[in-house]
Design a protein. Sequence first.
Length: 303
Amino acid sequence: MKVVLAGDADATGWGRWRAELAAAMPEAEWFTRDELAAARVPAAEVVAAVVASPPPGSLVGLPNLRLIQSLWAGVDRLLADPTLPEGVPLARMVDPAMSAAMAETALWAVLALHRGFFAYQRRQREGRWQLHAQRRADEVRVLVLGQGAMGHAVMQRLAPLGYRVQGWRRDGTALAAALAANEIVVNLLPLTPATRGLLDARAFAALPPGAAVVNLARGAHVVDADLLAALDAGHLRHAVLDVFHQEPLPAAHPFWHHPQVTVLPHAAASTDPRSASAVVAANLRALRDGRPLAHLVDRGRAY
Ligand code: NAP
Ligand code: GLV
């Protein structure tokens, strides 16, 4: 089975992936597009593509593609590529190791917000020794937006520690009511036309005063100017942001130096080649054997 690897080489580091993919599926042959051309392998022999947020156009000219397997959980960038081959099944990455990493990041953010550790960091920079009230975890209400692989893992991680965790689904409580009942909101929605800009002035106003926002999903879920306004007005106390409209976050962006914003470099949950290669191999073998493919994206719903 011939498989094309496509992605942002710097970010992906195919070198690291190759050994793991080859170990997980020794019977497959892996090529970047350049290697395919250099080896004069006919593009028609390629049946699958393993992709990591590749530049638009990366999958053009592969007439017999039968599976596009993403190494990313979120497929918004892939779906935004107008040249993405139509009618080819697209699978996203679902890996318990990745969900566990996301749960750790959310736990760190929620714990730091709950105990006021970001505020203590600010006080250290100001040379101020000042204690604030210590609250119990069961006094803290956390809303998780998105009940998929990531949101579910986060809820499972937080609940046993005593946090009062609520998951939001679109067919349940209205978003504004759910926001009003919680002081920390963790966003783990996919980026779709329905969720773009969901975290805007209206959503922030619905949160109680002193609430905090943790965005671990996609930058475009947040209206940056509205978030900054809510922080500067003193309505929100802190934001932990892992993802941004433009990545890397431009040097001039106000988030970088805002005292109530913690910036992470899209590090909440990276795909781990050691475990994700087995997920890829399982789906490629299912393709080869004619079994159902796992973790398929519904292009109509955009996730
Ligand atoms: P998933 O399993 O597809 O889950 C998506 C969840 O969102 C589902 O529960 C879905 O509801 C819900 N949803 C979708 N549209 C909605 C809407 N309009 N209103 C309310 N709920 C909606 O995705 P996942 O694996 O958990 O990943 C979620 C996102 O996390 C990814 O898309 C990606 O953007 C982000 N992510 C970020 C990182 C990072 O390092 N920062 C790493 C991995 C993933 P249904 O159950 O009704 O379908
Ligand atoms: C990372 O953001 C992913 O979607 O896997």
